[in-house]
Design a protein around this ligand. Sequence first.
Ligand code: M6R
Length: 617
Amino acid sequence: MCGIVGYVGPRPSTDILLSGLARLEYRGYDSAGIAVIDDAGELGMRKRAGKLGILREDLARAPISDGTTGIGHTRWATHGGPTDGNAHPHLADEGKLAVIHNGIIENFAALKAELVSEGYDFVSETDTEVAAVLLGREYRANGADLEAAFRATVSRLDGAFTLLALHREHPGLVVGARRNSPLVIGLGEGENFLGSDVAAFVEHTRSALAIGQDQIVAITPGGVRVTDFDGDPVEVEPFEVTWDATAAEKGGWSSFMAKEVSEEPEAVANTIRGRISDGAVAIPELDGLDDLFRDIDRILVIACGTAAYAGQVGKYALEQWARVPVDVELAHEFRYRDPVLSPRTLVVSISQSGETMDTLMAVKYASERGARTLSICNTQGATIPRESDAIVYTHAGPEVAVASTKAFVAQITALYLLALHIGSVRGELTAVESAQHVRELEAIPAKIQRILDREQEHTTQLAHWMADTRSVLFLGRHVGFPIALEGALKLKEISYIHAEGFAAGELKHGPIALIEPGQPVFVIVPSPRESSQLHDKVVSNIQEIRARGARVIVVAEEGDAAVLPFADEVLRIPLAGPLFEPLLAVVPLHIFAMGLATAKGLDVDQPRNLAKSVTVE
Ligand code: M6R
């Protein structure tokens, strides 16, 4: 949840740390701080509650003495509220040592009691300060050897952590460690970096190393040493970051969310690119796995939040095209109920960040119990793909706004490609059927673009009219149901309005009691061209709520005239096959949520209480 950056090299580090933190601020933004060893060997530290801008202003008013070794942190509070005192870095060893941390140290209370009994004082409520004080003690006990002290410290910690530390007696050295929490190395010329993700240093270098679980890294201007927690050297995987710094910048848009919604067509197109050959799906990352796909008897999709809704959409395609039974489960529920798993179960995890702790733990749990695992992920070098047997990357580009938008459509796209691939391998789809679905999928980016071009203004206007609304309901059926859930989540998340999504058929089993005059209800209407008659059933649902005074906003296919007599507003989407409608119907819902939050004057990129990457359980 927190963002971490470290730097050693020839350049003054304060600006490098602050610009790294600006790119990581999506990970947490309730306080920020930096610590720097200056050229005279003194340790300077500044930290402030509130967004990074407050720390920046403070440093501009009263700079700390700059130097070429530094660490920086942006926080999402776990232990202790968002105050100056609880912000990171935390100091120890009489102010000579600074530590920053992401994660939760589960045994912090026992360690704190031990240290208090030895006479150590604490000034914050955080678990991080316990790690700092412990490191200070170990530093003295290990003859002022920072790396040895670090090894001794991390071996005492339970839970999830990325820790970085520096000591004024060791200018030009930053040490870091990770367990179940992200940390990557950026390799520069005569300088090196550490970051929670590559965004921390991508403006300086695109050469990166992914650190594994339970490993320690020491960076100096001239080199990088990675060991395990026992101090034995380990090989680390190099990778090249495929996007540049501009991809993670606003580039003239009013918000990252606005930019990312505008990139939805590209996110779908880029996820398809390179995976179609002669009209058939060919996913190079899955070469050699045909036997596995033939052998599985069940697919279990695990994910959280928006990624789980993508999974729910994917279930329809996987079952229809690959004819494999699919269950979709929230990752945080999955491993606490003794699930039935076997080597014939394929567990497909979906995560934009690749770091969501609940999903990571569920993947590990499934692997330990013999299931095969496949990760759908948007972030190179992230932990979940590295813990999985196979990976299909979504190529949505960096997603910075907390509300996931372009990653959602990319996740559905990746699931559809996977479903077509498994369906073909298992002989459930003919080449002709597969080619037809591929053509439909390839047409989606242009159709999303048409919605952005034609409906954005109307949808945003509608959102502005509804700025005072206190509650919004969303109804959908079949693949429209997860889209209703996604529409509601997006609205809650960024506009703080009560919103709920329902399966339209469930309405009469309870939720219809919520309808009172004026209640806004979005209804995602299936195509009238479908043979299932779902369209007519949903139109009946609309009449039922209309009769009770609901204000109905329908998302309906272009040309669907049957909805007109019952709709207060109509948001149009282009024609598409039934399984492809979700990729279109979600777009006006993303625009609406963004428009409403903007109309309320809220920060759409950094909504309260949330963080982009949820790396605690
Ligand atoms: O990084 P992940 O895809 O694993 O994140 C999962 C959820 O935390 C995420 O989708 C969350 O629900 C979004 N903020 C919703 O917009």
